[in-house]
Structures are given as structure tokens and as C-alpha cells.
Write a protein that binds this ligand. Structure first.
Ligand code: BGC
Length: 757
């Protein structure tokens, strides 16, 4: 039961939400869960098909444009619509909004990788039919989106007509009132080719500004003898119809192949046709089999089993499945804040990747994690350029939000000023190294990223009274902007600087020639490395003596406290109801900031400071960002606040399934989805990955009987099972290893389960 998400509501609001929940994807291509035949007129729907990183550039219009503000913004585009399938019974068109829906069930199969809709329908004239739609986006063939429809006439049906379409006349969704959505530039694609050739329906679009091309080439097959088959071409697209006169069931399958000039080069149509040729001999059933094989391998290392709470079990599996569906698996792409499930945040990549999503893949599917790092490496030149624009002599400043590497944030206080993203990226390279021990990767990519980001900090900060200080940046909390010495930023920069210096020494000892080459390329001197060490060691980390907490920044604790208790519920999220300056003047947090730093770098403070800080900041945090609750859950676990840990965890596990942030229709909250896994593995199970190795401190929410998960570590697969009275560790694959269990060493050998009471 918990492998299947069932969402069968048919009211307007839920249908929109279900478009996101039932979306399908494979990291390259994504399609929202729309009805093939469409909706009734006047019914708002976000009908969407996306290719990760396929975008157009849009001029940003500023009232007052100052130096260094980006001119352009990238935007993921809604692409050629291949979903269209209309069904006519003796001339009456099937619609979920006419006649009678006698039953309807919609399922997302998270173990099998497809979605389905099973409808028993009676037409206004009393004809009855059962229609079973199944759709998949292939993990094995990234360009393929296939739909299979089985139509079973039940009563009074003489003739069935199927009209399948490919529509190139598509636009993006806009909402002027919500800053998390695009406010204009809905239409960005020209239709550059529409034709039919050798049984293929072909539509090609070209973006207005970037001149990127995308093609959708479709083929169809039908199991029955039809007496009419024809194509209808318009300037917008192609329709293909079949007419069938019998009351026997029939099966219709549509194979849409998408190619784009970013990945496939030109000519995109020919590339798609070539892929279609390979598909000729493959049945829908075989595609389903391929999906199952891919997902079996995924779940083997990624599943989290929860005994005792079916709803949470559904939530965690759903979240993991959606992360897999959205994460880019080629170096041209990363994972967007809403994945491939919607247009919120315009398909941009944020720090969400490194801090909330990357760790999930790192511990379960390191190859996918590696790709995320490679993508960041591929935009290093843009980050260097951005650093120059921002007045730095050296170093790399990664963009706050981007697709191709260029900064896409027009609101710098809560955008570009979040310099911490560069340290977050460095942090993920370090974590990757600790988990994989991949020295070659460190030499080839990691070292350069660490060096260039360290240079950024060296250039941004300055030494005063023996302390290294970083002024005028914004930390993760977007309700407090442009501050001096944001604790999170300084702590992460310290880590970045010290690791850059450490990797430099390591490189020198292990491959001095390789280091020399890199140094030559970067014109890096040893003096710079000494400065990194110095800055890192002497980094100023603000501390408040009276509260005995880490101060969020130099001025935060002097501000008035926002009166959260007396703020009416309808005023949340505050960002939609108050001018940013109003928010900046108060102690009020949108999301975990210092608390997050205490999670990522717990050894920088003692337990008391961490505990006091949690208690302090929790009181003034709104969790208006979906990136907040999971961090509070993890830290509550660390501090032994069991109830809180569980309550915050519940918020994350079903955030989209319950639409608690009221914007699931715009796409799923990917960072939060990663946060659910973090809440279990880093929270309840207390995992930490440090230079000394792995440590765990598993606890079990009292509501559950047990939980089980796997993780990969330096070529090993380890299973952790926490039951009421005990924890069992099993080294499933790999060499023996000693881990820490509540600070005590536990040795694991392959195949021998170790039970600790
Ligand atoms: C959060 C950011 C996050 C962005 C995209 C914002 O609401 O404050 O931390 O990166 O959403 O998810």
C-alpha cells in the first residue's frame, strides 16, 4: 500500500495540487499530472512539460539599475505538449467534467515508476466505458515520455475515435502577486517546425532569446484494426486520429521523444527520430519492466522503512521518489527548487541542492551526488566572472539562483548577498570526499573549487584586532539581510578556508606535480594558502555573553523582537504581507540560520551554546520557508527534545502531500523533501560524517515500532535498523569498518549483524 500514492479528488483545488503530486520525471524530462484530454473551459490548470535546464533568457527591468545588477534572468520553459489524447464514443467526447464519473482512481506507483488513472465513465447519452491511462517517463531512455490507454467499452458503444495531439503553442504560468513565481514573459517559444513524416508527428520550438531548440517527435500504436487513420496538421501542432468500430477493448500507446539542442546538439528533430527508430520494437510492457529494474536498484540503497506509521512511510517514499525524478543526471543539469514538477522559482538551482538534497544522494546514490558536483564545477568560470563583477580580485562567487551559471537574482539583499552559497558548495565537495575517499575527484575538481571559494572569502573579509570578519552579507535567514558577521556564513567560510589549506597540503604531499599544474593555471601562491589558514583559524564567530548563544550576526540581538504571538495567522508567510525593510528591523527568522550552522558544523560550539541557541532562535522563527522545519527536527533530536523533533519532522514528511505551504500547485518543495530523509538519518539516527569516520546515535520516535535505512560509505553498503529496545548494524557489502555508536566503537564485518542494546 505504501508504494502507491492514491490521489483521486476531482475538485478544482485538488486537481491543481495533484498535477504536482502526480508529476513524472527522470531528471531530464518532467511532465505534470494533467489529464490527457484536458479540463473544462475556465478551469485553471498548469499544463506543463519541462526539460531540466532548458530555458530562455529574459531581460530584467529595473526601476533603478545599479552597477553589477544582472541584466538577464533565466527561466525554465514549459515545452511542447505531448500529453494530448481525446477520446470520442460515437461522437461524444470523454470528459471528467461531463456525463458521470462512476469511479476514478489515480495512482502513482513509486516502486514501478508509472502513474495511472482508471475511470469508469458514463456519457451524457448513457454510453459506458472503462478507460485506463498509464504514463511513464523512462529512466532508461531519458528522452521518452510514453502514455498507454486501454479502452474497454461496457455499454452501448459502437465506435471509438482517438485523437492524439502534439501541441507547440505553449506558455508558462505567471502570477503577478507571488514573488516565488514568474510575473511575466509567459510566452518564450516560437514554433519553428510542424510536420508529419514516416508515421512520426514532429513539432520543433525555438526559444526567443537563447535560440535553443527543442523537438517532440511522437509515434503511436494501436492494438485494434481501425478503419480510419489520419493526420491533421495546423500551424501549432499535429493531431492524429484513429477510428475503431467494435465493442472489443483496444489499447493505444503514444511514445513522445524529446530532444534539445543543449544536450543533443542540432539537428534536434533528426536526433529524436533516431531515438524513435530504436523504440520501434519496444512495447509499453517492456518499458514498464525497465522502470521496475531501475527502481529496484534505487530502492535497494535508498528506501527508508518505517514500521508503525503508514502515512509517514508514504511521505518519505514519496519524497525520495520525487527527488529521484527531479535530480539532473547529466552534467548540464542540477536539481531545481521545485524539481521538474512545476514552475515555481523558474527552474532555478539554489543552495537547496548542496545543503538539503545532495547529502541524500551522497549517502544513497553517490554517482548522482557526483553529477551535482560536476554541474557546479561546470559553472565555475561564471562564478569567477561574477566574483570580478562584484569587485573581487580573485575567487569564485557562485550565483544565488541560476540555471546556466549566470546570476538570476534581481533582488540582491536576499539573493546575491547570500555569499554563503559558495561555502555551501565547498562543504558538499568536502562531504563527498569524506564519504567516497575519491582522491582523483578531489584532485581534478574538488581542489579547484575549494581554492577558488577560499579566495573569495580571503577577498571578502578582513582582519581586524586579530579576528577575520565578513561584512555585508546575508545568511540563510531571508528576513535579516546585509549584516556583518553572520554566524552561519562565517562558520561555513572558516570550514571552507581551513579545508582549502588542508587540501593544498595534502595535494602537495600526494601529487606535487598535479598541484603545480593547478597552481600555475590558477596563479595560486603559497602565501595565499597561508592567509587562508590564518583567516580560517581566526574567523570571528559572534557570541552573546548574556544569552550564552551564538549571535546570528553583529546587530541581530539588539533589534526589537517581532511579536509573533500577536501576528494574525493570515499574515503568514510574512514575506507576502510586509515590506522587507519592516522584517529586517526585527528579530524574526524566516528559517533556520544559526541553528543550521550548529547542525552542519557542530564541533565549533559546545553543547550548552548549541542548546541555548536553539531555544532562543526557535522562539522567533516562523518557518515561512520550507527549508526550516527539518533542521529544527534534526537539532531537536540532537538535543534530546523528542516531541519537538517528531512534530517538526511531521511537518516535513507530508508538506506537499497535505499542501501545508499552500503552494504545492506550483511544484514540489525539493529541499524539504531531502529534509525528510535528513530528519530521519541525521536527526533520529544521529548520523554524522566527519574525518574520524561515521558516528550514529539512533533514537526512535515513540510513535513508531522501528525504522530501517541503508547508506553507502567508502564502497560499503550499511544497513541500520532501529527498533524499540535495540539498534542493529549490518554491513551488507564491503570491507570491515568501525563506526561510533553513541561515541562507543562498534566493529562491523560483512554479513554479521551487530545488535546493540
Ligand atoms: C528560501 C531559500 C531557498 C529558496 C528556494 C526561499 O524561500 O528562503 O533559502 O533557497 O526559497 O527554495
Amino acid at each position: 500500500m505504501t508504494w502507491k500514492l492514491t490521489k483521486s479528488e476531482l475538485d478544482h483545488e485538488n486537481l491543481l495540487i495533484n498535477e504536482s503530486l502526480l508529476s513524472l520525471g527522470n531528471g531530464y524530462l518532467g511532465v505534470r499530472g494533467n489529464f490527457e484530454e484536458g479540463y473544462k473551459p475556465g478551469f485553471s490548470s498548469i499544463r506543463g512539460t519541462y526539460i531540466n535546464a532548458f530555458h530562455d533568457d529574459i531581460e530584467i527591468t529595473y526601476g533603478e539599475k545599479l552597477f553589477g545588477f544582472p541584466d538577464k534572468q533565466q527561466k525554465i520553459l514549459n515545452l511542447i505538449d505531448g500529453q494530448g489524447i481525446e477520446i470520442y464514443l460515437d461522437g461524444e467526447q470523454f470528459s471528467m467534467f461531463e456525463g458521470e464519473v462512476l469511479s476514478c482512481e489515480r495512482n502513482l506507483h513509486m516502486d514501478k515508476g508509472y502513474a495511472e488513472r482508471i475511470v469508469h465513465w458514463r456519457s451524457p447519452k448513457g454510453k459506458e466505458v472503462n478507460i485506463h491511462f498509464r504514463r511513464l517517463i523512462s529512466f532508461a531512455r531519458k528522452e521518452l515520455f510514453a502514455i498507454d490507454v486501454k479502452i474497454t467499452p461496457l455499454h452501448g458503444v459502437q465506435q471509438i475515435k482517438i485523437f492524439s495531439q502534439i501541441n507547440g503553442d505553449v506558455s508558462n504560468f505567471v502570477d503577478k502577486e507571488d514573488p516565488r513565481l514568474a510575473s511575466g514573459h509567459a510566452k518564450r517559444l516560437d514554433i519553428s517546425e510542424v510536420r508529419q513524416q514516416d508515421g512520426f508527428s514532429i513539432v520543433k520550438n525555438t526559444t526567443y532569446a537563447t535560440k535553443l531548440e527543442v523537438a517532440c517527435v511522437a509515434s503511436t500504436s494501436i492494438t485494434a484494426e481501425t478503419h480510419e487513420h489520419k493526420y491533421e496538421q495546423t500551424e501549432y501542432g499535429i493531431g492524429e486520429s484513429y477510428v475503431y468500430s467494435s465493442n472489443e477493448p483496444l489499447q493505444f500507446t503514444k511514445y513522445n521523444v524529446y530532444t534539445d539542442s543543449l544536450r543533443h546538439g542540432e539537428p534536434v528533430v533528426e536526433k529524436a527520430v533516431a531515438i524513435q527508430q530504436q523504440l520501434r520494437t519496444i512495447s509499453f510492457q517492456e518499458l514498464l519492466q525497465e522502470q521496475k529494474e531501475y527502481l529496484d536498484a534505487f530502492w535497494k540503497t535508498s528506501d527508508v522503512e518505517i514500521d508503525g506509521d503508514a502515512k509517514i512511510q508514504e511521505g518519505i517514499r514519496f519524497n525520495l521518489f520525487q527527488l529521484l525524478q527531479s535530480v539532473g543526471k547529466d552534467p548540464a543539469s542540477n536539481i531545481a527548487a521545485k524539481g521538474l514538477s512545476g514552475e515555481g522559482y523558474e527552474g532555478h538551482y539554489f543552495w537547496d541542492t548542496e545543503i538539503y538534497i545532495f547529502p541524500v544522494f551522497l549517502m544513497t546514490n553517490p554517482e548522482i551526488a557526483k553529477n551535482l558536483l560536476l554541474h557546479r564545477y561546470s559553472i565555475l568560470d561564471s562564478a569567477r566572472e561574477r566574483a570580478k563583477t562584484m569587485g573581487h580580485e580573485k575567487g569564485a562567487l557562485f550565483p544565488w539562483r541560476t540555471i546556466t551559471g549566470a546570476e538570476s537574482s534581481a533582488f540582491f539583499p536576499a539573493g546575491t548577498a547570500q555569499y554563503h552559497i559558495s561555502a555551501d558548495i565547498a562543504y558538499s565537495y568536502i562531504q563527498y570526499h569524506l564519504v567516497t575517499n575519491d582522491d582523483e575527484f578531489l584532485k581534478k575538481y574538488g581542489a579547484e573549487v575549494l581554492f577558488e571559494t577560499a579566495r573569495l572569502w580571503a577577498d571578502t573579509g578582513h582582519m581586524r584586532d586579530g579576528k577575520f570578519r565578513i561584512d555585508d552579507v546575508t545568511g540563510p535567514d531571508e528576513y535579516t539581510c546585509i549584516v556583518n558577521n553572520n554566524y552561519y556564513t562565517n562558520a561555513m567560510a572558516k570550514h571552507n578556508l581551513l579545508w582549502a589549506a588542508k587540501v593544498y597540503q595534502w595535494f602537495k604531499e600526494h601529487d606535487s606535480e598535479g598541484l603545480q599544474q593547478l597552481q600555475g593555471r590558477l596563479q595560486l601562491t603559497e602565501n595565499e594558502v597561508t592567509d587562508w589558514q590564518d583567516a580560517g583559524e581566526n574567523m570571528y564567530l559572534p557570541y552573546d555573553e548574556s544569552e550564552k548563544i551564538s549571535a546570528q550576526d553583529d546587530s541581530f540581538l539588539q533589534k526589537a523582537r517581532w511579536d509573533l504571538e500577536n501576528t494574525p495567522e493570515e499574515k503568514f508567510p510574512l514575506l507576502l504581507n510586509y515590506h522587507p525593510l519592516t522584517l529586517y528591523r526585527y528579530q524574526v527568522c524566516k528559517q533556520a540560520d544559526t541553528v543550521l550552522a550548529h547542525f552542519l558544523l557542530e564541533d565549533l560550539q559546545d553543547f550548552e551554546t548549541i542548546e541555548n541557541s536553539y531555544n532562543y532562535y526557535e522562539q522567533i522563527t516562523t518557518h515561512d520557508s520550507s527549508l526550516s522545519s527539518c533542521v529544527h527536527s534534526i537539532m531537536a533530536s540532537k538535543l534530546g527534545y523528542e516531541e519537538k523533533a517528531y512534530d517538526y519532522f511531521i511537518e516535513t514528511a507530508r508538506l506537499d502531500l497535505e499542501n501545508t505551504h499552500k503552494n504545492t500547485k506550483d511544484g514540489l518543495h525539493m529541499a524539504n523533501m531531502g529534509g525528510t530523509w535528513l530528519g530521519i538519518v541525521y536527526g533520529f539516527a544521529g548520523l554524522r560524517v566527519k574525518e574520524a569516520g561515521l558516528s550514529l546515535a539512533p533514537s526512535l520516535p515513540k510513535e513508531w515500532n522501528s525504522y530501517t535505512f541503508h547508506m553507502q560509505y567508502q564502497g560499503r553498503l550499511i544497513r541500520v535498523h532501529k527498533a524499540k529496545e535495540s539498534v542493529s548494524y549490518l554491513l551488507v557489502e564491503g570491507d570491515g569498518l568501525t563506526i561510533l555508536h553513541h561515541t562507543k566503537p562498534v566493529h562491523l564485518e560483512q554479513g554479521n549483524e551487530v545488535r546493540v542494546v
